[in-house]
Design a protein around this ligand. Structure first.
Ligand SMILES: Cc1cc2nc3c(=O)[nH]c(=O)nc-3n(C[C@H](O)[C@H](O)[C@H](O)COP(=O)(O)OP(=O)(O)OC[C@H]3O[C@@H](n4cnc5c(N)ncnc54)[C@H](O)[C@@H]3O)c2cc1C
Length: 396
């Protein structure tokens, strides 16, 4: 695809976000889920008609097969709204699951689960984190899967399984080889969610909001949950290796989505302060402290964007392994940029910023988790610092 065609594609995506997706946000903010999902489905049909569907997936499953740098730019533009990635078929956790299945799954899984997922006919989730073990060190997870009479029998409890409510299947990470090296104990197995051994216990309230359907995080349980042996993804004992490969591209797309969110909040902040009269002759925008917030937010967004795009370029030119430390760096750097820009916007908007009359409060509430999921800040900082300290050249 030429740069000209790609630029036109980005423009069309931006137009759909601005003209069709953002106007649906009041349905999200007032929890009118049924109406919201039916309207999003209509938009997905339009997105497919315009050949903008699934930019992250290979052409063999109906995707656009774009480079990491191009995907990142799409993630930014479509990320301006919490509904954007869903409308373009590149939403977490389905995007990462589909990429994983494409790389590792057998033909049965590909035809039964990957193809309908890639088309957007079904949804999926990813169940790794457990309430009672530290998610930041997943080698400690204790959900088990035993191979008995050609079936996996799974037992355990997971939580923060995003979008489990209404999903068709989950990928569950379970210990299949307890005696193996700690990085080779776990495997990934597909569980259709109409299985009688699976239960969705609750949608977990996150800062007071339990959500519904795609916009939810569940606590789920597997009790003697039986699935055929061919539901194993990739090789037995390779769960952690595959999880790392699943998270790598996802982190870049999250970071660029956060930049899209930050820009949206930044624009709302600028619009608000320019029109908010604080004396008969001046607005908030005339105040030096507000100008400072605007300048700092702008610099932070641009710095994050440059780092993320540099990371995407390393991935495209040298592969994910070469970009490993950059990915750790952008994960915590962009998440903190996001938190600071959204907070600046909310503060500048005063009481309005706390309400659901604007999207800023939604982002403030929902995206605090950016510093926790896919590896908390601390874990990425430790990993980056260790690699820098190991380096023989001190001259970075
Ligand atoms: C909104 C949201 C969506 C999520 N979606 C999913 C999903 O779809 N599927 C899934 O499996 N999981 C999901 N998770 C779970 C997420 O991956 C975990 O929360 C994350 O890995 C951290 O694990 P934990 O919560 O158990 O924190 P813990 O491991 O208990 O850590 C708690 C805190 O301790 C600090 N910390 C951790 N390790 C270190 C260290 N080595 N040194 C110093 N400080 C440290 C960090 O600040 C961390 O936040 C989601 C979480 C959230 C909040």
């Amino acid at each position: 695809m030429t740069q000209e065609i790609f630029t036109d594609m980005l423009k069309r995506i931006n137009a759909i976000v601005r003209e069709h997706i953002i106007p649906l946000e009041p349905l999200l903010l007032t929890q009118q889920w049924t109406e919201l999902f039916s309207q999003l489905d209509q938009l997905r049909t339009e997105v497919k008609a315009q050949d903008l569907w699934a930019p992250n997936l290979p052409a063999s499953v109906g995707g656009l097969n774009l480079s990491t740098m191009r995907l990142a730019q799409i993630a930014e533009v479509s990320g301006q709204s919490p509904l954007g990635h869903y409308c373009f078929g590149c939403q977490a956790p389905d995007a990462g699951n589909a990429e994983l299945l494409h790389m590792y799954a057998n033909d049965f899984i590909k035809s039964s689960f990957l193809l309908p997922l890639a088309k957007g006919d079904i949804r999926s989730c990813f169940a790794m984190t457990e309430p009672h073990t530290a998610g930041s060190n997943p080698t400690m997870l204790d959900t088990t899967a035993e191979l008995i009479d050609d079936h996996w029998v799974i037992n355990g409890r997971k939580w923060f399984t995003t979008a489990a409510d209404g999903a068709n299947f989950t990928i569950v990470m379970a210990v299949t080889d307890p005696e193996a090296h700690r990085h080779q104990r776990a495997s990934m197995i597909i569980v259709p969610l109409d299985n009688s051994g699976y239960r969705n216990l609750r949608n977990i309230p996150v800062m007071g909001h339990s959500g519904s359907g795609y916009f939810s995080h569940s606590e789920v349980e597997f009790v003697n949950c039986k699935v055929p042996a061919n539901h194993l993804i990739g090789e037995r004992g390779q769960g952690f290796k595959m999880a790392q490969q699943r998270l790598g591209p996802g982190r870049i797309q999250h970071c660029m989505r956060w930049i899209g969110i930050a820009k949206r909040c930044f624009n709302l902040m600028c619009q608000h302060v320019k029109q908010r009269q604080i004396t008969p002759t001046s607005t908030l925008a005339d105040q030096a402290v507000i100008q400072s917030k605007i300048a700092e937010s702008f610099a932070a967004m641009n710095a994050s964007r440059a780092l993320v795009m540099e990371t995407a370029q390393i991935v495209d030119e040298q592969g994910f392994e070469a970009a490993k430390h950059h990915i750790s760096m952008i994960k915590f750097e962009s998440a903190n940029m996001l938190q600071s820009v959204v907070d600046n916007a909310l503060q500048s908007m005063g009481a309005l910023g706390m309400t659901d009359d604007s999207i800023v409060a939604f982002f403030y509430r929902e995206e605090r988790a950016a510093r926790i999921y896919d590896g908390p800040d601390e874990v990425h900082k430790i990993s980056l610092a260790k690699s820098l300290l190991k380096s023989k050249t001190i001259n970075f």
